[in-house]
Design a protein around this ligand. Structure first.
Ligand code: UDP
Length: 238
């Protein structure tokens, strides 16, 4: 049927910037709602969904430290930004009737749940979308690494990395008309060729645990559910 997929549990990683639409900063509610709809259509297929959302639409640690702030403080601010994005996504999903939990690596019990692995697994089994917030809880990491870490812990079958383009290219397709997209590529090639997929620590963590990364375009309507059905174009890193 139309809704067939072999995936049982997946991780969706999106950047914070994916939530800001055409604005230069913050949250664009119609864009958040559109992505929530994408997640709902995959949820409707019976797939268990983990999500990690970045914080770059609000604050990035490197940007703060470039302005003279101590790096660890700036990174904690970045982690807090991801909590705001997670709450926005939770609200949008629950507007659509999808039950969710925001689970933070840094406990803040009045706001969301603390991360307890077995509890998160139980939520997934009960078909609640789990949005993992506050990254790994550690400075000097990124939300790409957090997504890879949680995907391993939750035994996801793959990480779906939603980006602005439909896969991994040999050079930036927005700048070079002759850029070529890879259908598949190895983790080692991504590292050696310095291709912009995820940061190197996330790639290494995925490689060492045989966790494939599917890079696809979040801008195509129906992209996420289509990719899970094997439609459309994407790059598989494995
Ligand atoms: N961050 C961190 N540790 C983590 C995850 C994130 O310190 O485990 C901070 C870091 O400062 C980063 C910011 O949170 O710049 C936002 O995350 P990221 O840059 O990954 O967001 P994205 O680029 O995906 O929007």
């Amino acid at each position: 049927t139309e809704t067939r997929t072999t995936y049982k549990r997946v991780m969706l990683k999106i950047s914070g910037e994916a939530l800001m639409g055409d604005q230069g900063y913050g949250l664009h509610p119609p864009t958040v709602a559109r992505i929530a709809q994408e997640v709902k259509s995959v949820h409707d297929m019976g797939v268990e969904i983990c999500m990690v959302i970045g914080g770059g639409n609000i604050f990035r640690g490197l940007q703060g430290s470039a302005q003279g702030m101590e790096r660890t403080t700036a990174d904690y601010m970045g982690m807090l930004a991801t909590v705001m994005n997670a709450l926005a996504m939770q609200a949008a999903l629950e507007d659509l009737g999808v039950f969710t939990r925001v689970i933070s690596a840094i406990p803040m019990d009045q706001v969301c749940e603390p991360y307890i692995r077995r509890r998160a697994v139980r939520h997934l089994e009960k078909k609640r979308v789990c949005i993992f917030a506050a990254g790994t809880g550690n400075p000097y990491f990124t939300t790409d690494t957090a997504a890879t870490l949680r995907a391993n812990e939750m035994a996801c079958e793959a990480i779906f990395k939603g980006t602005k383009v439909d896969g991994v290219y040999d050079k930036d397709p927005k700048k070079h008309a002759d850029a070529r997209r890879f259908d598949t590529i190895s983790f080692d090639d991504v590292l050696v060729k310095h291709l912009q997929v995820m940061d190197a620590s996330a790639i290494a963590l995925a490689r060492d645990n045989h966790l494939p990364i599917i890079v696809f375009s979040l801008d195509e309507p129906g992209g996420f559910s289509g990719i899970l059905r094997g439609e459309g174009t994407y790059t598989r890193v494995s």
